[in-house]
Design a protein around this ligand. Structure first.
Ligand SMILES: Nc1ncnc2c1ncn2[C@@H]1O[C@H](COP(=O)(O)OP(=O)(O)OP(=O)(O)O)[C@@H](O)[C@H]1O
Ligand SMILES: [Mg+2]
Length: 230
């Protein structure tokens, strides 16, 4: 059985992040409190930075939007479970783009030119593939980026080829982020309690997301829906 952690990181992070991702958050509020004093040149610079971050969204997910219909709070660490092709990664990129848009509005409102969305979506299998072949210094740098980013979404956790090495990387990331109370969210085809990890990892994932989990259902959206009668 996973060890029960005394404190819910979900609650702490939810409070800290509510301003950024919570439903009430709005750069409009800030606009009314603090009228923008930025030049056309600054507006252009913010827009250019926004576009370059948007260009990182894979084209398959470029029309995603934040799924407000799901019964989870995006402002706190979450766990999105669902079968293949049900839209988990799509939902994660939808959140990413919403977050970018919020950052753009906030920067416009406050005249902030430094545009850093502070959210990373990492597919765990791809991440592990990269780790295996990176030189040691690059490994350290990658690990520190994954530990340090303000919000991290680990996509498809539990579906990677699992080895002691991959478990160790996942443990290091989760442990570091857990003790620093950094927003960490997950998508998976596997329920938390069935993830192929030892209790120390399962415990931390549960500690992050608490009850902020939901399950997607429905068909595999990659496969075109069958026509009536076929
Ligand atoms: N809400 C949606 N509206 C429109 N298209 C969607 C939606 N959700 C997913 N899709 C499309 O369905 C396909 C599969 O979605 P996605 O990659 O998010 O599935 P997944 O659950 O992450 O699958 P896997 O478990 O294989 O990683 C994608 O091409 C995506 O663009
Ligand atoms: Mg996916």
């Amino acid at each position: 059985m996973p060890k029960q952690l005394s404190e819910s990181v979900a609650d702490v992070v939810a409070r800290l992040d509510h301003e950024d991702l919570g439903p009430e958050s709005s750069a409009t509020d800030q606009t009314t409190q603090q009228p923008p004093e930025i030049s056309e040149h600054d507006v252009e610079a913010i827009d250019t930075a926004f576009k370059s971050w948007m260009a990182r969204v894979p084209s398959k997910y470029s029309d995603a939007s934040m799924r407000k219909d799901l019964s989870i709070s995006w402002g706190a660490p979450w766990y999105l479970l669902g079968p293949v092709g049900s839209g988990k990664t799509f939902a994660a990129w939808g959140l990413y783009m919403y977050h970018l848009e919020q950052t753009r509005k906030r920067n416009m409102a406050l005249g902030r030119l430094h545009f850093y969305p502070g959210m990373l979506i990492a597919n765990v299998a791809t991440m592990m593939g990269d780790f295996r072949f990176l030189p040691i210094d690059d490994k350290r740098e990658r690990l520190s980026a994954l530990c340090g980013v303000k919000r991290l979404v680990l996509d498809d956790i539990g579906c990677e080829y699992s080895t002691d090495f991959s478990e160790d990387i996942i443990f290091q990331i989760l442990d570091d982020r857990y003790i620093r109370e950094r927003y960490t969210a997950f998508t998976s085809n596997i329920d938390i309690k069935n993830l192929p990890y030892d209790d120390r990892i399962i415990s931390r994932i549960m500690g992050f997301v608490s009850n902020n989990r939901t399950q997607l259902g429905g068909r595999d959206r990659r496969i075109p829906a069958a026509k009536d009668g076929k």
